[in-house]
Design a protein around this ligand. Sequence first.
Ligand SMILES: NC(=O)c1ccc[n+]([C@@H]2O[C@H](COP(=O)([O-])OP(=O)(O)OC[C@H]3O[C@@H](n4cnc5c(N)ncnc54)[C@H](OP(=O)(O)O)[C@@H]3O)[C@@H](O)[C@H]2O)c1
Length: 367
Amino acid sequence: VDEAIAAAMERALAVAATARRRTAPNPWVGCTIVDRGLIVGEGATEVPGGRHAEIVALSEAADQARGATAVVTLEPCAHHGRTAPCADALIDAGVTTVVVALEDPDSNVTGQGIARLRDAGIEVHVGLGADLAAEQLAPYLHHRRTGRAYCVAKSALSIDGRSAATDGSSQWITGELARADAHGVRADSQAIVVGAGTAIADQPALTVRDVAPVPREPPLRVLLDARGRVQPKHPLFDAALGPITVITTDAVDPVTADAWLTAGAKVESVPAAPGGIDLAATLALLGNEGVLQACFEGGATVHGALLEADLVDRWVIYVGAALLGADGRPAFTGPGPASIDDAPRLRLVDVCRLGDDVRLDYAPGGR
Ligand SMILES: NC(=O)c1ccc[n+]([C@@H]2O[C@H](COP(=O)([O-])OP(=O)(O)OC[C@H]3O[C@@H](n4cnc5c(N)ncnc54)[C@H](OP(=O)(O)O)[C@@H]3O)[C@@H](O)[C@H]2O)c1
């Protein structure tokens, strides 16, 4: 590959990253326009209804787009959504080559953008930067392929793998740097989810604090409460802090469900499952509401159920420099494998030191 084109893809990926918190439910895409080895235009997806990356980059390149190469992290769209098709804009601008990292699995696109460009006589290359783009866009790609929100399970554990002390207290296992970093994970999510046990034990507000850039909309705060244990005087029901959705089942106490509604919450019912709520149905419901990434913040019972149902797409584990001992609460409930040969294996995707703590990112499917 031409070095200038490889650098232009790197730049497109970097520009795409700046749009991460503003585009959902659309993908965050980056585009650069390269003319004789030089980047003459670049852009990232704007807020929904705004311009796509290609349009921003083309407008910056203006006349220099004619005869140039467009480098884009995701296949240009070919359908009329809220905006006109980007494939048409690239054709009209007179680019002669388009380099695309990834095909778009969205049912409105799937190869049609690339086909449209090729039909117009444009040379199209697919695959440069594909691995990086797939990692960057993982929540979006998962959402379009499955209809479900991408499930991030985040927890803070002691060195000896405990999620809370003997008395149930867990604030705080990690230090300030790790906690600030965790707000970034929240900001990258469109929903933050906790189980009833955590809601009651920790009284969390589930807001995003002190992040830059600030997400376009505060993430939806989601409570999983199958029976109606959490009362509406809980801080989650403070409407000033952002929207709240309670996901429950038909087994809910109707008086509490009415009180949730009166307090301004959205209340959704999904099928029951062992442990409480059907978590696959929960992820589908959130996906349906345009949540690309849902960040599950515990506790051990909900994480154990996610693990058991094999629903976690990304584990974010902060290991705090603390020891909680054998009577501390486990990281996950559930019996676990009888033998080491049967242990679920994960793949380490990233590791980061945060003061005395460490952040570990894992994906399913290790050795
Ligand atoms: N270290 C950390 O990162 C961290 C994070 C969060 C919490 N914590 C600690 O963890 C403790 C609370 O955890 P926990 O395990 O007791 O509670 P939890 O996992 O937050 O909540 C469990 C409850 O969620 C509800 N639920 C609904 N659907 C479920 C499903 N499919 N599977 C499992 N649960 C479902 C159930 O209550 P209903 O039947 O009433 O719906 C269940 O009892 C506290 O000590 C807290 O401090 C630590």
